[in-house]
Write a protein that binds this ligand. Sequence first.
Ligand code: AMP
Length: 395
Amino acid sequence: MRTLQYQNFKNQRVIIRVDFNVPLNDSQEVTDLTRIEAANPTIQHIISQGGSCILLSHLGRPKGNDPKLSLSHILKSVSSVLGLPVDFCSTTIGEEAEAATKALQPGGVLLMENLRYHEEEMSGDITFSKNLSKLGTFYVNDAFGTAHRAHASTSIIAQFFKEKKCFGSLLEKEVLAIEKVMDKGESPILAILGGAKVSSKITIIESLLDKIDHLIIGGGMVYTFTKALGGKVGNSICEPDYCEYALELLEKAKTKGVKIHLPVDVLAGDDFSNNASQKTFDVMEIPEGWEAMDAGPKSQTIFNDIILGCKTILWNGPMGVFEFPNFAKGTIAAGNSIAAATKAGAFSLVGGGDSVAAVKQFGFENKMSYISTGGGAMLESLEGKTLPGIAALNK
Ligand code: AMP
């Protein structure tokens, strides 16, 4: 891996592909600085080594030059997180943009306009990529969140920098964290998969089965499995078309020596709402009119014992409808158990949008070994795919 610390940035104008796709409120103010903070170490390193930084990012999915999605809205936040003056360039490529980047002095930082104002960014257009490359003398990719895209700025651009390209420190950390689970994990290795649907996690489950010792299945996925096993699911979320697949998966796990753990009891509501009446049922005996929305107390205890017995833990997807506080206990319990295992020396990686949201909401952020910043990129890595943004840096 070409990493940041072995490069010479003195007097280099460094194009850094960052992921500043941050949430904005109706007044176009940044409501969560996490992604900007995550890019800060790379920027500070390059500046401390005598380079200047040209920050490239996308924001949202604009149709044309939508002023609401101009990166100028985030300029103040970027400057305040970096603790540095940051200039803004209202074009992304072309003469004006090149002149602005050439005028940069060592230590200078320039934020360029939204890459996705140009449709050539997403189509990975080669001429557009070449023009982007003219903005700087060195290319660093620090945008894990878009590393699974073969876009101009995330992948295609890299070929115009023979040796002068490398991983940013965030991208490096993300790749190492995934490697630590998928290739170098200390046994026993546990994956906890929750979330809404089996259908969206199939390829992940398949590729994980070769790597792990235990799999806890939680969330709405559970009821496709229990229905397949002859259980009653009541009104719980279920994908009958995937029942056969669920049975195959249980068989596969058996032959590979992976222990699959489903909840034994569940907390159900008589309506899909926080204020629904609640009842706990055996997971195989959920009556009509009741929808299982969380792991029950017995399951929480069983899961806790499994989690505490493992040395490497991957968590993707909540254990229930955690957005409803009355159905969040199973997700909180899993978070507490993973935090305790981590404290006792296990390596824990949390990834995938909703589990990251849950971890932040319930205050586990500093109690996990690593929390991934990339949703789709993380999931594709777990599926065993080589991400285009990473492959391009290794060429
Ligand atoms: P995913 O994006 O597949 O990880 O799904 C996350 C979503 O799954 C969250 O919004 C949860 O509310 C939802 N979820 C988790 N457990 C259940 C359940 N038992 N029934 C319905 N939705 C669930």
